[in-house]
Write a protein of this length. Sequence first.
Length: 272
Amino acid sequence: MKNPSDKRLNKDGIRIHAIEDFAGMRAAGALASEILDKVAAHVTVGATTGAINEFVHQYIIDKDAKSATVGYRGYKHATCISVNHVVCHGIPSDKRLRDGDILNIDVTVIVDGWYGDTSRMYVAGRPSRKAERLIDVTHESLMRGISQVKPGNSFGDIGAAIQTYAEGERCSVVRDFCGHGLGQVFHSAPNVLHYGRWGAGPVLEPGMFFTIEPMINLGRPETKVLADDWTAVTKDKSLSAQFEHSIGVTEEGCEIFTLSKAGNFHPTWARD
C-alpha cells in the first residue's frame, strides 16, 4: 500500500489510514463478529431482547474490551436490537420474541482504541416467506455495495449498486440513515449513502475505513423516530432489515473486517 505511515485527511476530509492500522481494525472487527456468532444461540422464541443485550455486554467485558454504545449520547445498552418494523436503534427491553420475529442485532466494540462495528439479521423460530425474502434481498444489497469498494470507484457507486438491486426487487432503501467512517473514532467522514448515482461523490482511496449498512424495507422508505429519541420505525409499519460490515479499502479492492469466522453472517434457518 502506498499510503504514508502517518494518518492524514484527504481533500474530502476523509481520514487515510496507514498499513499498520489495518491490524487494529482486524482485531476489533473479529471480536464484534465473534460476539454476533455467539449470540445466535440466544435468539429463540420467548427470549427477551434485554437478556440478549446482557449476554453481549458480559461477553465484551469478559474479553477485556469496551462497548462503544454504553454511555454514547446517553445510551445505556451494549446493543441496538431492532425487531420487525424497527429500522434501527431499537432499545433492548423485557419484550419477548415471538415465532417468526426477525431482528437486527448491532454491536460496536472498542479493542485497543479501534472500533469494530457490525450487525446482522436473526430469526426467532421460522420466518414468513416475505420476511425471508427481505433478509435475502438486504444481504445481497450489502454484498453488491461491497463489490464496488476499490480504489478509483466512488461512494456513489456503492449507493447506486445497492439502490439498483433493492428497488429492482420491489423493496425500498431507507434514506434517513447511512454508513459512516470509523477507526479510532465511532463516527467520522464520510457519510456512506445506500442510494445514489454512479460515479458521484468522493473517490475511494486505499486506507479509508467505513461501514456499509443498508436498511431495506418491504414497503416505503420513510421512517420516524419514536418518543424515546432512539427507536426508528417504518412509517407504514412494513418490515425492515439491515446488515452491516466494517470495510477497509486496499490497493486491490477491500478487506472486510467483520466477516463471520463461523460462516453465520446470514441466518441459517431450514429451507424447503
